[in-house]
Design a protein around this ligand. Sequence first.
Ligand SMILES: O=C(O)CCC(=O)C(=O)O
Length: 271
Amino acid sequence: MDEAVRLAHLDSIERDGYTIVPDAIDPEHVARLLQRVRELERETLPEVEEGSPVDGSSQLRTGGLLSLDPVFWDVPIHQEILPIVEGVLGLGCLLTTFSAIDVMPGENRQPLHPDDALIPLKRPHQPIVCTCMWAITDFTEANAATRLLPGSHRLDGPPEYEAVRGELIPAEMKAGSVLVFDGSLWHQAADNVTEDEWRLGLQVSYCAGWIRPFTNHFLSIHRETAAKFPERLVELVGYSTFNGAIGTIGTPGTHRYANSAFRPPASALGR
Ligand SMILES: O=C(O)CCC(=O)C(=O)O
């Protein structure tokens, strides 16, 4: 990605809380992802008992994508998108969640929320989560493009929904484009009011390397599978250290800490 373009996207994220990267993904790649997610939905979606609480939900989520098919391995490390995320969170960032979200016609609206809602830090704070929504189909206002409250990553608490609902904007974009937003931005999944148009997005969310990812990748992905990943993906799922020390492997037995290679680097200690 061109450096001037990357910096312009980072400026937009800092100012508005989000940016859209148009035509970031090759159409053939998008078509492969669309086909595979729809196959997985057919293969893995459990039957819904009539009258059960989830009956009528218009949102299908497919998790565990990295274990399900290598076709998804290139997604979190995409060269048009990851450099923007690294600019927001730093090079030591980690993957925190990755799933497909297919929105069928029907009601699906979520409460406004930020993706870093569970992190108990005083707001506003530096970016600690960065979410990318890959448009695998076109995203339109009618088919449930994600609703965003621009600038809300700088708020010190939850906005009053009725007061801001007129300011929400749909993240409309063509298939192959990617919405990238600061995890502090308030947003919501919307209703799909089309007759028969499904909206498919890949939600790829990252966190700073010094907080705990939402997904425990070590227990979710077999080591044999992770061993086959591209190197950058191996790092992103946690087989890496932050600042040279956070995330090291405990060595059994006694060792001399003072001279140990596990000691945090002086730069991390501020001296
Ligand atoms: O699917 C969407 O448009 C947004 C989903 C979302 O914000 C979430 O699940 O946290």
